[in-house]
Structures are given as structure tokens and as C-alpha cells.
Design a binder for this molecule. Structure first.
Ligand SMILES: [Zn+2]
Ligand SMILES: [Zn+2]
Length: 356
């Protein structure tokens, strides 16, 4: 198989030839047709997370081994499977979304279809083993595959990460009256998916915050009710003005030092901040305000395969508005990453085997 792999952190991806894996046990081998380019690929590529005053967390210290084909928003066609896989009624050519957030496959979390919370050995595709920037991928078990069922494969690829990440984060602030503002920080691929999911759930007041006016324009087109340009020190104040008061729910898809600060300052009594992004930095909290205002801060890491199945069902019902997609060929994976790094991407770049 061919892969567009990270050979050295931060250096251009290289096209390499690897042996095509032979599926064993319950494994399923797929030929990849589409792979979304996600912002977290930039962190994997750069090899570290910014932990603020605690320094950097190196991904190689967490078990990431190079060369690595990144890419965790994968759609592909079933090619073959191991001897224990066929109870699922797989057929060659089945077009599937691949759930990438796999674990050890044996612990209580994995057995409950909550592999993303595996406490034994996270084995996420595109992070700890080869993923979507390649011609082939191995899914550990058939239960990690969700049929496309007529969905646009480029769009469906984004459900495997950005889709379930926002779906899971939004589930953590729900239920919420439809006309009570929910603030979404960050209007990239995740942010637009968040708006789409909130709209599908019938939510009306969606306040979107970003540093780029172009991304806020895209957010309005996607169905945001209000936007706030975070270009100065008074972002919290402007969120409160636009929302008509302090807010009960904020989903921070950026989660950097600055966004955490204005998000915290914009919360009302009993409010909840869900932290999703991996931008990095740290948060200083005036501690008495946590109990006095009865605040909740919760982290949310991707989503599970049950949420992926649920999200796909909502998408198939037609209730999920599409986000803007730009297709690029696989051999331009490096250029795609650089476009994302430069903040030039509205919506999502999805690598496609048929893009010219
Ligand atoms: Zn991702
Ligand atoms: Zn596990």
C-alpha cells in the first residue's frame, strides 16, 4: 500500500510504500476512498501539545511511532477480513465510515462500544497506528465500521472525528431550551459541524466566536444566530452583550489560554464550559468563583462508536446541514496540512481518491 506519512515531526509528509496488511482475527481491510484533514493532525505532525507552564507533551512519549500515516476521518470500501470477522455479514465493496478511536478491544470500556475511553491501550487509527492518509487501512473489528448508506462520502468522513467530537460535546450541555444561547468557540470544521448538529437538534440561539471574520461569515451561512469577533481583550463582554446576559453553556473547540479565559468570564451561575480543542496553554481560575457561581468545567474527547451510529442516522434523515468541503487528491496531503496550518480552510479539506 502507499501512504503519505510523517517521517520526521514537522517535516513534509513523504509518499512511501508499505506492505499491505493482511487482516487477522476480527480485522477488516479497507481500500480508502476519502480521508478528512483534521486540525489535530497538525499537533500529531508537529509532535507535541503545549501544556503552558508545564512545558510540552511529546507525542512520541505517549507511544506515537514514526513513520505514521495520519488521518482519522476515514471512509473506505471493504476488501477482505480475518477469519473471525464475518459474523457481521460484510460484503466486498461495502462503503464504510471507519471509527478511528479504537483501544485494546478487551476492557470494559471497549466492550461497551466506548473504545475512545479505553484505559488500557489507546490504539487510535492515524495516531497510534496507520490511518487515512494511505491507500489502505485496517479496522480492528467490524463493529468499528458504519455503513455510508447513501451519504456523501466526503461529508461522512468528517463525522468520524469532527462530527462525533461536537456531537459528544453538545450532548454534555444538553438539554437546554432552544432559545437559550449556546456559545461555540471556533468556527473551523468542528465549529460548522457544531452548528449543524445544534440545528438538527432544533436549537435556535447559536452564538459563534472566532478570530477570523471569514469563518464567522461561514458560520452565519451554516445557521449561527449571532457571531462575535474575538479580536480584542473584551471578548467576554461582547459575548455577554450579544447573548443578552451571561451564558449557561459554552463549547470551546479551540481551548487555548485566551479562549478559556473569555469563556470562563462569560459563564452565568450554574454555567458549564466543555473543553474540546487542543490548541494548548493553560487556564488560571479564581477558585472562589467555582463554588460561588456553581460552575462546571468538563473535558470531552472525541466520541464513541454509538454516537457515530446515532449521528449517521441523523445525517441520513436529512436533518444535518452539510459543511463546506474541499476535495484534494491524496498526494497533496502535505499541501492540505499546510493550508490548514495557515488558517486558510473554510469547513473541511477531504482527501479523495478521485479528486484531480
Ligand atoms: Zn480529528
Ligand atoms: Zn480497552
Amino acid at each position: 500500500m502507499r501512504a503519505w506519512a510523517v517521517i520526521e515531526t514537522g517535516k513534509p509528509l513523504q509518499e512511501i510504500e508499505l506492505p499491505t496488511p493482511e487482516p487477522t482475527g476480527k480485522q477488516v481491510l479497507l481500500e480508502i476512498t476519502h480521508a478528512g484533514v483534521c486540525h489535530s493532525d497538525l499537533h500529531i505532525w508537529e509532535g507535541e501539545y503545549d501544556l503552558g507552564s508545564r512545558g510540552k507533551m511529546r507525542l512520541t512519549d505517549r507511544g506515537v511511532v514514526l513513520p505514521l500515516a495520519m488521518g482519522h476521518e476515514i471512509v473506505g470500501k471493504v476488501l477482505k477480513w480475518g477469519p473471525e470477522a464475518n459474523s457481521a455479514g460484510l460484503k466486498v465493496g461495502d462503503h464504510m465510515i471507519v471509527f478511528p478511536w479504537v483501544g485494546c478491544g478487551k476492557c470494559a470500556e471497549c466492550l461497551a462500544d466506548e473504545d475512545n475511553m479505553c484505559r488500557v491501550k489507546p490504539a487510535s487509527l492515524g495516531v497510534y497506528q496507520n490511518g487515512g492518509y494511505a491507500t489502505h487501512v485496517v479496522a480492528p473489528e467490524p463493529r468499528h465500521l458504519v455503513p455510508l448508506g447513501g451519504l456523501d462520502p466526503s461529508l461522512a468522513a468528517t463525522y468520524a472525528c469532527s462530527g462525533i467530537t461536537v456531537f459528544s460535546a453538545i450532548n454534555k450541555v444538553m438539554p437546554m431550551p432552544a432559545d437559550e444561547p449556546i456559545v461555540i468557540v471556533g468556527a473551523g470544521g468542528l465549529g460548522l459541524n457544531a452548528i449543524a448538529v445544534l440545528k438538527a437538534k432544533g436549537h435556535k440561539r447559536i452564538v459563534v466566536v472566532d478570530v477570523a471574520q471569514g469563518k464567522l461569515d461561514a458560520a452565519m451561512k451554516e445557521g449561527a444566530s449571532d457571531t462575535v469577533l474575538a479580536d480584542g481583550p473584551d471578548t467576554a463582554k461582547r459575548i455577554i452583550e450579544v447573548a443578552g446576559g451571561q451564558v449557561g453553556a459554552i463549547v470551546d473547540l479551540v481551548n487555548g489560554t485566551d479562549t478559556a479565559r473569555f469563556a470562563f468570564d462569560a459563564l452565568r451561575k450554574g454555567g458549564k464550559l466543555v473543553q474540546v480543542g487542543l490548541f494548548g496553554g493553560e487556564m488560571n481560575i479564581p477558585l472562589p468563583l467555582m463554588p460561588i457561581r456553581a460552575l462546571t468545567i468538563q473535558g470531552s474527547y472525541v466520541g464513541n462508536v454509538k454516537e457515530l451510529r446515532e449521528l449517521v442516522k441523523i445525517a441520513q434523515s436529512g436533518a444535518l446541514p452539510a459543511i463546506p468541503i474541499t476535495n484534494m487528491p491524496f498526494n497533496q496531503a502535505d499541501a492540505a496540512l499546510n493550508r490548514l496550518k495557515d488558517g486558510k480552510v473554510v469547513g473541511r479539506i477531504v482527501l479523495s481518491a478521485t479528486a484531480a
